[in-house]
Design a protein around this ligand. Structure first.
Ligand code: ZEM
Length: 304
């Protein structure tokens, strides 16, 4: 059992053995035969990404600490539509292991899911705290808009402290999951097997002649239709790219990395593991013992 840190100012994060129990429980809920492509994995990855991707380096606000999506101000942001499913998948685990904070659980779930979907092992550290009110929730509008281009991607991701290479590596997560017309308004998946992590997204981006298509709701995305297939099969096999995905192909500085990741899966896995670990640590300060030291965080969460 974990000693209680009652007199210490440090939050007391779960022990390694407690965390491996949580990780095992996450693994066992990934298979969801009635949900999407049979897996909770992709939407859990998106939950972690959206929890962290609000970070602003200039003001040191946002980031995966706090689990602000439990509050309407952040959870009700249209950019987060659909992520209530991811949070609901994890609710039984939080109930079974109340010692883990939501902020740790959401980020750990993505790391476990990526590994279980044949992706790289990503380093992850506990110690995040949960806000106890919505006073520190960042403003809406900090997450990327898929209908935009390269300038927008740089505007959003430079604010988090990422460079062009990291933007491309992170975008490789679109190897997973799909778009839902009732969430983002876009429709379809990027690759044929959207529950297996690989560099296929980059290979398809380069390989196909992506055609702009206007959807019934007026939104535009890019699609590839295999003309050799029967019409019925075409419907099923149609793959998509967002305008922001196509921007990676067309911008010369992004393109260098699309080419490298398409050619070299190991390089993509290494770079993705590094940048996803960095994403999950944005805004989180730790002391030499890896304890979270962000002053305001000490008011909530792990302190018992
Ligand atoms: Zn995504 N993403 N994303 N993304 N994303 C969607 C789905 C998923 C953008 C975006 O607009 C969208 C990153 C970056 C960017 C995942 C992971 C990561 C969807 C579809 C959209 C519209 C949502 C829906 O309808 O359900 C844009 C513009 C990005 C800028 C580059 C990064 C970074 C990610 C993680 C590292 C994942 C896993 C999904 C699939 C979710 C699911 O439910 O299947």
């Amino acid at each position: 059992p974990q000693p209680k840190s009652s007199s210490s100012d440090h939050p007391s994060a779960p022990s390694a053995s407690q965390l491996s129990q949580v990780a095992a429980a996450i693994k066992s809920l990934l298979r969801q035969p009635d949900y999407d492509d049979g897996s909770a994995g992709p939407v859990l990855v998106r939950l972690a990404w959206h929890s962290a991707g609000t970070y602003c380096k200039d003001t040191n606000t946002g980031g995966s600490n706090g689990a602000g999506m439990r509050y309407e101000a952040e959870g009700g942001d249209p950019a987060n539509a659909g992520l209530q499913h991811a949070r609901a998948f994890l609710e039984p685990i939080k109930a079974q292991f109340p010692f883990i904070t939501y902020a740790d659980l959401w980020t750990l779930a993505a790391v476990v899911a990526i590994r279980e979907m044949d992706g790289p092992q990503i380093s992850w550290k506990p110690g995040r705290t949960d806000f106890t009110d919505d006073s520190r929730i960042p403003p809406r509008g900090r997450l990327p808009d898929g209908s935009k281009g390269a300038d927008h991607l740089r505007w959003i991701f430079y604010r988090m402290g990422f460079n062009d290479q990291e933007i491309v590596a992170l975008s490789g997560a679109h190897n997973l999951g799909r778009c839902h017309s009732d969430r983002s308004g876009f429709e379809g998946k990027w690759v044929n097997n959207p529950t297996r992590f690989s560099n296929t997204y980059f290979r398809l981006l380069k390989m196909h002649d992506w055609k702009k298509k206007e959807l019934a709701n007026g939104m535009e995305q890019f699609v590839y239709v295999d003309e050799d297939l029967e019409p019925e099969e075409q419907e099923e096999e149609t793959l998509m790219m967002l305008p922001t995905d196509i921007a990676l192909l067309e911008d010369p500085s992004f393109r260098v990395w699309v080419d490298r990741y398409a050619e070299d899966k190991d390089l993509f896995f290494r770079d993705f593991a590094a940048v996803f670990a960095k994403l999950l640590e944005l805004g989180i300060r730790r002391d030499k013992d890896e304890n979270v030291v962000n002053e305001e965080n000490l008011a909530d969460g792990y302190r018992s």
